[in-house]
Design a protein around this ligand. Sequence first.
Ligand code: KG4
Ligand code: ZN
Length: 332
Amino acid sequence: MINEKILLSIETSCDETAAAVVGESYKVYSSVVASQIAIHAKWGGVVPGIACKQHVTAINGVVSEALNTAGISQKEIEAVAVTAGPGLPGCLAVGISAAKAFALGWEKPLVAVNHLEGHIFSAELDGAKIEFPAVYLLVSGGHCMLIYAAERGKYKLLGTTRDDSVGEAYDKVARELGFQYPGGPVIDRLAAVGKETYSFPRPIIKDGYDFSFSGLKSAVRRQIEKGDIVKEDIAASFVAACMEVLTVKLKKAVKEYGPKSAIIVGGVSKSPVLRALLSDGSLGKTEVVFPSLKYSTDNAAMIGAAGWWRFTNNGASSETVGIMPRLSLSRS
Ligand code: KG4
Ligand code: ZN
């Protein structure tokens, strides 16, 4: 029995076709994710044309499953929220077209959502409470950002990556080691049994809040090309370098801004090393918050929570809203 208002949310910005039913309290009644990982694995990364076609094939089934799992019909929803950007243009177009069709056909308001704001709200699903001001570390395949929020929904970008995101570096290092996309899970498995025997650089670690991972990635590649390597130790040494950069910068932001919460979101927030490094009490009174593992990587439940926030504060989006492949956070 659902005793609150609910919305349907849709996410298709990259390689996951996802739909969810989320309550006004950010409680998740269903979250369905049809992953295309197995399809893209052999290509070493997401192939946009293939991803787009897969979204077209999967979207109706995923939405039906989300409604059925929540045990509701379309009549009971208040709105349809959808990722409008950033992301792959063709992939975003499938989600936004489907959401518009459902919203128009069911006579419900449409809410366009920023995917980055979705990740930000992933830490508040299913009753988790966040206190503001907050500092966010958003670490995914597409982004690496430090963000300050004086209050919920008001963002100041402190730093971003000058080249690769940390997830991208994971994926490229995994490929150099002979593993398939995505690199995160396999690198973490290897690192867990490896030792930090290689000395890799910690790029621009002391230099403001921006990040850079391409120099580290190249240093790892040069080491692999020398041959005679222990893959587990390469992974452990690479992870140690990435996580030291991330934690040093996050701690610096916490020291400067004194937030009540430090929130780590995005695919790389699954990293057990990152979770362990930030759970050692070194952030003092600032509470460290991670989303539950199932909401770290792309999903539609996080789009539902951000959708509720935008719908409540800004109202519905125009029926003519289009995809915004390069949407940034400040425009959310
Ligand atoms: O947030 P996400 O699902 O998609 C984007 O919005 O980009 O993040 C995907 C990224 C991939 O680069 C993947 O290698 C990385 O997150 N990732 C991980 C882990 N699982 C996925 N990185 C580190 N540790 C993991 N366990
Ligand atoms: Zn994402």
